[in-house]
Write a protein that binds this ligand. Structure first.
Ligand SMILES: Cc1cc2nc3c(=O)[nH]c(=O)nc-3n(C[C@H](O)[C@H](O)[C@H](O)COP(=O)(O)OP(=O)(O)OC[C@H]3O[C@@H](n4cnc5c(N)ncnc54)[C@H](O)[C@@H]3O)c2cc1C
Length: 355
């Protein structure tokens, strides 16, 4: 019988980060991923430490960034893939007041490191940005699709990956852990993104899910060298291709491209971009979001072999490495989980809660 320390279900940003954590601690593991959906496959892949609507930092943003960037560089070297790209993120100001708020933010001690006080002029004739741009520093883009493919190949080369649907009903419990289809493991870490909704052990958790769609356009004249942000992003992908979006839809939970999202993005684009373009694709994913915007980490109340790592929401790139380390330290070194991310924060408020 094959024996491993851990089984991981899901090879999105969460599953990759936990795999890395296990490998660096010399733990054995096997990852299952069905390759069907997944937010990581469609995400634009931007990392940007500033919330550009309010000019504030998200929860533990500096700590997250300081862990995330070296983490992705280490993976790049290990798997031989170039997946990190330094990419400026520039916010288009909507008014003089907006500019003033930006300057005020650039003076705040926690934001100084990230908000450039020098305005970027509007010198692209095809963009409508009369109030210029503000640039966020220390931003970039991870090509997550490529990272996933290369990381999967890396795990395959070590016999640590299985492309398969994980079947929850096949788990057998033992004193030391679990047995799953002939594989003995001490623990299972579930990192299924929105797929958690099908997991009988953790589906009661308040993972809301938010459908996001992009259109991919080809625009030869646009020539952007930065990701630009208004109420949506335009992210250069190279070869005159750009990701435009994403939309936010709290109602639909399917991964079918919608006409509404396409029309919404075309309309928004019309007020910002003046050159010709063609739409070459449309992509959809469900962000694994939680109402309180915090991740979901913890251990099942009855089966301590079962662990959840989810709720990375809209910021999986920045959060995944820090939280994987935190979860690992909890499981292996008995460190307490931060209460903000611990699933016990929902207590008995949730009907049917089993954790
Ligand atoms: C449109 C959009 C744009 C985004 N843009 C950004 C961005 O620019 N920057 C950023 O940081 N974040 C962004 N995000 C958020 C980011 O994508 C998520 O935070 C992150 O990808 C979540 O990773 P995850 O590993 O938790 O889940 P996922 O990426 O969804 O991975 C879960 C994996 O588990 C697999 N799985 C599920 N159930 C099973 C099962 N039973 N058996 C086997 N496999 C299973 C799925 O196939 C999938 O591969 C965006 C999200 C969307 C949807």
């Amino acid at each position: 019988m094959q024996e491993v320390d851990y089984i991981i279900v899901g090879l999105g940003l969460a599953g990759i980060a936990f795999s890395e954590q296990l490998e660096s601690a010399n733990k054995s593991f096997l990852v299952f991923d069905n390759g069907i959906d997944g937010a990581s496959r469609v995400a634009a892949g931007l990392y940007n430490p500033v919330i550009l609507k309010r000019y504030t930092l998200p929860w533990k943003a500096t700590e997250q960034l300081d862990i995330a960037v070296p983490y992705f560089k280490r993976i790049e070297e290990k798997i031989g893939a170039h997946c990190i790209q330094k990419l400026p993120v520039q916010k288009i100001f909507s008014s003089i007041e907006d500019q003033n708020n930006w300057f005020a933010a650039s003076d705040k001690p926690e934001l100084k490191r990230f908000i450039s006080p020098v305005l970027v002029p509007d010198d692209n004739q095809y963009i409508n940005a009369p109030y210029a741009y503000g640039e966020v520093m220390e931003t970039g883009r991870i090509d997550i699709k490529m990272l996933q493919l290369k990381y999967q190949a890396y795990l395959e080369s070590k016999n640590a990956f299985a492309k398969a649907d994980f079947e929850y009903s096949e788990i057998e419990y033992t004193d030391q852990g679990i047995i799953y289809k002939g594989i003995r493991a001490k623990r299972i870490v579930f990192a299924e993104g929105y797929g958690l909704k099908k997991n009988p052990y953790f589906k009661h958790l308040p993972l809301v899910g938010n459908k996001g769609e992009y259109i991919i356009i080809r625009a030869k004249e646009l020539q952007l060298t930065a990701a630009i942000k208004t109420s949506f992003f335009i992210v250069p992908l190279g070869d005159d291709l750009y990701k435009v979006g994403a939309t936010f839809n709290w109602e639909d939970k399917n991964t079918i491209p919608s006409k509404e999202a396409r029309e919404e993005l075309i309309e928004k684009l019309a007020s910002l971009v003046f050159c010709a373009y063609e739409i070459v694709d449309q992509e959809v994913g469900i962000r694994p979001t939680v109402g309180d915007r915090r991740a979901l980490l913890g251990v099942h109340r009855e089966h301590s072999q079962l662990v959840v790592f989810n709720g990375l929401g809209t910021r999986g790139i920045m959060m995944s490495a820090m939280l994987a380390k935190h979860l690992f330290n909890h499981l292996e070194n008995g460190e307490d989980l931060l209460k903000e991310v611990n699933i016990t924060r929902f207590g008995k408020k949730i009907k049917g809660a089993m954790h």
